[in-house]
Design a protein around this ligand. Sequence first.
Ligand code: GDP
Length: 310
Amino acid sequence: MGELGVITALAGGVGAAKLLTGLAKTVSQKDMVVIGNTGDDIELYGLHISPDLDIAAYSLAGVVDEAKGWGISGDTFHCLDELKRYTGFGWFNVGDRDLATHIYRTNLLRQGYTLTEVTQKICAALGVTAKILPMTDNKFETRITTKDGTMHFEEYMVKRGAKDEVLNVEFFGAETAKPAAGVTEAIAEAERVVVCPSNPVVSISTILSVKGIREALRETAAGVVGVSPIIGGLPVKGPADKLLRGLGREVSAFSVAEMYADFLDFFIIDRVDAAEKSRIEKLGVSVKVADIVMRSLEDKVRLANTVLQA
Ligand code: GDP
């Protein structure tokens, strides 16, 4: 364990991966635990796909496709093209090298390994020394209701391009899901807990909906630091605005702070949102104003340092 102790991060997809990359340049990966969202997990072509766990693993392994924010750099899509020929659909992008991860994962899950164990094996093979834990090993699925009905989150997001107005968000499985082994311990024993700039509705709230995780965050002695995914009233990427509106919430850094206020000690917001500082502080959360858009590696490392120093 390094000087700082263990840093435990709650993570969704692309925003989280950027901050995790910065953190891994600042502290040893061995001192990092990542609790990943599995609400986006989906079975396609008979394969179990865990998009957010893979984005974290590929990012920490240094093989992520930086331009897309997901998948493996330089990957090709020949297998998906052939699958489209057979099945007539191919809306979920699975690259050829990426496919190996899903085949390996699915095979091990069928042999009886838990998602936690499989994720550990994937990380070991990729040379990732941070511990990536799924939030739960149990079946969990985020479902979105639009005027056309209720569908898997990925169908709303990828197949339909997140264009629909969101009428409802449901976490199927949250009633019975248990935190995966090590999750609440990683929160309790951390030196610092980081709530990554991830979608507050379908990445972080999913993790928080697993019974015991929110309580662990409230009780931990560690400082809990969040980074806003909303800058100037808009997400940097993705449909967080539509989802927040669907829950009847305002789209702002304040709104995200309000969702986490019961366990958050510090919230890092962008300079353009400096006017929200006093409103957020009234929630009992200390606020740090900084540059929180991560374009370059330098930006990621700078924000990681701000998070560690908060
Ligand atoms: P998605 O909305 O389903 O794509 O959810 P993800 O959990 O993958 O994360 C997307 C979130 O990350 C969005 O709300 C973005 O605003 C946020 N995000 C992406 N890049 C950045 C960044 O550079 N800085 C900050 N602060 N947030 C970011």
